[in-house]
Each structure stands twice: as C-alpha cells, then as structure tokens.
Design a protein around this ligand. Structure first.
Ligand code: PFF
Length: 481
C-alpha cells in the first residue's frame, strides 16, 4: 500500500503546529506557571524552548523524514536492524497511550464545558460543578465523545482528515484567541494579570531553579510534542524539498506565540475574575474562569468560545497522538486505516477509562509520569540522532535547506549529541529523585555516575556501532541511502 503524504507544505506546518498547540499551552501551561512563580517560570520556559526544544524538534524531524516510517521502524531501519533501538519506539507507544488516556479526559471536559456554558449549567457554583463532572461516568461519556471525534479525523487519513481538519481548526483557534484576548485586555483589572505574567525577580528564578527547571523541560517536551514520536510520525509524511530548520523553527515560533497568547487570555481573566492567579492545579481554567463567565452578561457566549478554543487545540493534538500507533500498524501489518483506528479507539477507551474514573491516577499520569516518560523519550531520540545517525543526520538536516544550514547543522549535532542529553538527563534524574524523595547530594553523585556511563556508551558506540546494542549481530557497513 502506498504511504500517505502531506498534500502541501503549509498543510504539514499547520498540522504540526496543531499537534504542538494544545492543552499543554492553554490548560497545563497556566497552572504550571501559577504553581512555579508566574514570570519566573515563563522566562525559564522560553529559554528552554529555544535552546532545548527546537534542536530536539529538529532531531525528531530529521529522524522521521530520513526513515519515512513510523518511530519503531525508523529506529530499526536507521540503526541497521538493531534490536535495542526499536525499544525506544515501544517506549513512545506506551507514552502515547498514557498521554491519550488522560488527555482525552480533559478533552472531554472541554466538550462538557462548551455545552455547560451554553446552558448555564455551572452558573451558580462552578467549583461544585467541576467536582461533579471531572471524574466519573459523565467524564467517561465526554471522554468517549472526544476520542470518537479524534478517531473520525484520523480514520479519514493524512490528507483528508488530519491536514484538512487542522487547516480549518488552527485558523479558527487563532481568530477566537485573538478576539478573546482583546476582550480580556479591556476589562478593568486585566493589567495585574499582565504584570504577574511578565515580571520576574531574577533572585526568585535562581532560588527556585531546581524545581522550575524540570517542570520547564517537561513542559517544553510536552508542548512541542517531542519525546513520544508524534513529530517523527508527521515528518515521515513530508517531502525532501522542505527545509527542516525553517519548518521546525516556524512550528516552534508559532507554538510559542499561541502559547503566550493563551497566557494573555488566561492570566488577565484570572485576575479580573478572581483577583489572583490561583494556586495552580488542573482545575484553574475550569473553575476560576468558569466563575467569571457565569458572572458576566453574555458570559455564556464567551464561555462557549473560550472552551471551543481549548477543545479545538486539544483535538488537533490528540489526532497527532493517535496517528503514531495508527502509522505503526499500517506500516507494519498493512491493515486498513479505519480498522486500526477504531481498534485503537477501543483500546484507548479502556485505558482512558481508568483516568476518567480515578482522579488520583489522572493526577499522577498528567503530571510527573508524562513529564518523566517524555523527557526519557526525548533523551533517547537525541542520542539516536547524535550518535547513531551522525553524518546521516547532518545530511538530512541540510537537505533542501540551503548553504547556511551546513554550519548550523554542525552546531546542532554538538548540542543534540552531548549537551542536551546531559542537561535533560540531569533534569530527569532530578524529577525522579524528587518523586522518590532523595537528597541533593545523592542527586549530584548519581548524575555524575550516569554522565560517565553515557560518555562511555557514546565512546563504545562510536568504536563499535553494530555490536554495542546488538551483541549477536555481525558488523555491517552503515546504510547510507
Ligand atoms: N503538544 C501538545 C500540547 O501541548 O497539548 C501535547 C502533545 C501532543 C504531546 C501530541 C505529545 C503528542 F504526541
């Protein structure tokens, strides 16, 4: 069966931006920011996005386009049949199922709130309403509806479903967001929201860096959809005439602009409606903001528009998640797209039900678990591009990108092979040890040991690329086609 491809370059960029812009920007980002000191978090996050996120995104695009396959197959073929590297693809699939399981719960809440804003259901007491619908059978029903919408778009295919869908959804989302942010700007009290959002005290940043950094790194991997194979999958459908550095930068810049714009809606409204940023937490946009919408004349219409924005953002992301296992099953077993899509819908409904029915599981999955899984996957793909592909990665990076890309490519390779894996490794370790409750001294000791381990691995891999990961294989010449 011929593999799907994007019809147009802008179609790919919009689909990738659609994947990147999602609940991460509008729902997760505000509560992480509120929980990590406002502007202090924003500044660290912006730096991390451009220093860590963009090179990582480019690594994913390089791998995806080079292989023209789903992530598992990409790691297998590009490593000349290694048996270990495809396990990274398996990690991606597991991460994706975890992601979809909680993401669809929140996607379901957005659908519920579109209806509830319209009917005025949360009017009197948004806190009680949120508590009543967030977990349980109502949550499960709306989750199922959200997953069904996701599956319908994915089932229609890359061009007719994902590309056409995101071409409509992304402009609609931007227009709605701009309109609401203008409305928010003219409300009395909005200014305090901007002040909170944009000012930071350098001393606060430095003092809280150990806790801000892992959260910012996890959020960067989450928001750019790197670390679980979505961008590898989307890049596997693009042509060689694209400039990956240009496309990757466009995706990151658009994602960041839309994310910052979402903050320009959420923070002023939080201050206007509740007088402060709140204490963070997943309910921020569903309780505090709903209370405001309920109190305003015509607030129900504003509520419908606001939750529609979040629903569109969520949907354009969830389709990119579902596409990962779908592409794997189509590539690998040559089965029909609709069959695998709806089969996976049933699977994710079962795993997702555990999240919509159990709040504790949801909180763990949507917070530390997904951050750690995505950071681990992120490190894996950087090491793959930096140590396994190396010259092939440079060739792919520069393909269709013009002469300047040669210099940039070398710099990029240095970043993705050494600096970023070390940095991310440290940040991952810090969050793992934070969950387990281990002291700073031990964190440093274990980090140094791991760094030495990674360096030894890199060295051995360079000397014996065929045998390090697959001791039973006979050395082969690297495949350079
Ligand atoms: N980038 C999405 C967001 O910010 O909401 C989340 C996401 C989408 C993560 C797709 C992973 C993925 F494969």
């Amino acid at each position: 069966m011929a593999r799907d491809t994007w019809a147009t370059r802008i179609g790919f960029i919009l689909a990738a931006v659609g994947s990147a812009v999602g609940l991460g920007n509008i729902w997760r980002f505000p509560w992480l920011t509120a929980a990590n000191g406002g502007g202090a978090f924003l500044i660290v996050y912006l730096v991390v996005i451009f220093v860590v996120g963009v090179p990582g995104l480019l690594a994913a695009l390089v791998i995806g386009r080079r292989a023209n396959r789903n992530p598992i197959d990409a790691f297998r073929t590009l490593s000349n049949g290694s048996r270990a590297w495809p396990l990274l693809g398996v990690l991606f699939l597991v991460t994706t199922v975890v992601l979809l399981s909680f993401y669809s719960v929140v996607g379901g809440w957005t659908l519920n709130y579109i209806v509830a804003s319209f009917t005025g259901a949360y009017g009197g007491d948004p806190g009680t309403y949120y508590e009543a619908i967030n977990f349980g059978t109502t949550a499960l029903l709306y989750q199922a509806l959200f997953l069904l919408l996701t599956a319908i778009i994915v089932g229609l295919g890359v061009r007719r479903g994902i590309e056409m869908g995101t071409k409509v959804m992304m402009p609609a989302l931007i227009v709605l967001l701009v309109a609401i942010s203008i409305w928010a700007a003219i409300q009395p009290g909005a200014i305090e929201g901007y002040v909170y959002y944009f000012t930071f005290d350098p001393a606060t940043v430095v003092a809280n860096l150990p806790s801000i950094l892992p959260a910012a790194v996890g959020q960067a991997a989450f928001t750019l959809s790197v670390g679980n194979g979505a961008m590898i999958t989307y890049a596997s459908y693009i042509g060689e005439d694209h400039s990956l550095p240009v496309d990757g930068s466009a995706i990151a810049v658009l994602n960041t602009l839309i994310g910052v714009l979402a903050g320009l809606v959420v923070f002023p409204l939080l201050f206007v409606f509740t007088g402060g940023p709140g204490s963070g937490g997943p309910g921020t946009v569903f309780v505090s903001l709903a209370a405001g919408f309920a109190a305003l004349p015509y607030g129900n219409l504003l509520g419908v528009a606001f939750y529609a924005v979040i629903a569109l953002a969520a949907l354009s992301s969830s389709i990119s998640m579902l596409e990962i296992p779908v592409s794997y099953l189509i590539d690998e077993y040559d089965v029909g797209r609709r069959t695998v899509t709806f089969g996976l819908l049933v699977l994710v409904l079962v795993t997702g039900a555990t999240n919509s029915l159990n709040g504790e599981l949801f909180t763990f999955a949507s917070g530390p678990l997904v951050s750690m899984l995505m950071t681990a996957g992120f490190i894996g793909l950087l090491l793959f591009a930096g140590w396994v592909l190396r010259s092939e990665a440079i060739a792919e990076f520069t393909l269709g990108a013009g002469p300047v890309a040669d210099v940039v490519a070398k710099l990029w390779l240095a970043l993705v092979s050494v600096a970023l894996p070390l940095f991310l490794g440290y940040s991952l370790l810090q969050s793992i040890l934070g969950v387990v409750g281990v002291s700073v001294g031990w964190t440093v000791t274990i980090s140094v040991t791991l760094v030495l381990g990674i360096l030894c691995f890199g060295f051995l891999y360079r000397q014996h690329p065929d045998t390090v990961l697959n001791p039973t294989s006979t050395p082969e010449k690297p495949n350079d086609d």
